[in-house]
Write a protein that binds this ligand. Structure first.
Ligand code: ADP
Length: 270
């Protein structure tokens, strides 16, 4: 809700006068709320795989004479462990991005190379589903920033495009370079996102369909990371989507050029 948070302090000035200080703490309160929500969500999200693993370990122990069951439980433990590892990694990534300490030393980044790495990373996943990834890359597209972060952001978008699409569809990944902007466009023919949810999908741990996200090993943090990477690079991410028609995510980052030698200071801290 749109509540106003006011901090009031009274300071005596003399016998007859007091100074009344009224401070608008709405923004500070909001940041504090977001931080508290995040901690609550993180503990909740961590508890799920941890209690899953605990139960599975007990099950393995009880089934020790049934090798087929042991094998089955061990396989599920592996899945949970991978999920947990990924969750921890993304939580750390996101908190570092929020502190904004990752871009202290921006270097020239080849966005086409990042996109190639990202596509390579999801190739097997796509092949499993018979999804074709079409690429169209500019001859050159450079930004200032952090290569790992840009690769991670593109990979998250391509991974989502594959995960939220049916078998035998197409995903396209385009890198364009205009005078002062590098755009990365990831387009799918997947399930799409209901209009009412479009604003929320960039929030941490927000999923349109929690069960589906869980099946694909999703953490609910992918798009929050994309959003922060773009912001830390002085850019933005936008989405177009229609249910049943697919989705298009566009990252726009300021291009590196002789006239923009580095990222402006104001955009470094998010
Ligand atoms: P997750 O780990 O759940 O994929 P994300 O932050 O990457 O988390 O995405 C948040 C939610 O947005 C997803 O759970 C999904 O509901 C929706 N979403 C993201 N990308 C797509 C897409 N390309 N098509 C349809 N839905 C998507």
């Amino acid at each position: 809700g749109a509540h106003l948070a006011l901090g009031v302090r009274v300071a005596p000035l003399s016998d007859r006068h007091v100074l009344l200080l009224i401070e608008d703490r709405t923004q500070a309160q909001r940041v504090e709320d977001i931080r508290r929500d995040f901690v609550v969500n993180v503990s909740h999200e961590l508890k799920t795989p941890v209690s899953g693993l605990t139960l599975l370990a007990e099950a393995v122990d009880e089934a020790r004479d049934d090798s087929e069951a042991v094998h089955r439980f061990a396989g599920r433990m592996q899945v949970e462990t991978i999920r947990l590892g990924r969750l921890v990694q993304e939580i750390v990534q996101l908190s570092r991005l929020q502190v904004g300490d990752t871009l202290d030393d921006p270097v020239l980044v080849d966005v086409v190379g990042c996109a190639q790495d990202a596509v390579e990373h999801v190739r097997l996943l796509a092949e499993d589903k018979g999804i074709r990834i079409l690429t169209s890359f500019a001859a050159q597209a450079k930004v200032y920033g952090d290569e790992n972060l840009v690769t991670t952001a593109i990979r998250n978008l391509v991974e989502n495009a594959v995960n939220y699409s049916d078998n035998d569809t197409q995903v396209s990944v385009t890198v364009r370079s205009d005078a002062d902007l590098v755009s990365v466009v990831v387009k799918d023919q997947g399930s799409g996102i209901p209009a009412g949810e479009l604003d929320r999908i960039f929030e941490r741990f927000y999923r349109v369909d929690a069960a589906r996200s869980r099946r694909t090993g999703g953490t609910g943090l992918g798009l929050a990371i994309v959003k922060h990477v773009c912001a830390n690079h002085g850019g933005e991410v936008t989405v177009w989507s229609e249910e049943g028609q697919g989705s298009t995510f566009t990252m726009r980052l300021p291009a590196a050029s002789p006239t923009t030698p580095a990222i402006p200071d104001t955009t470094r801290k998010v």
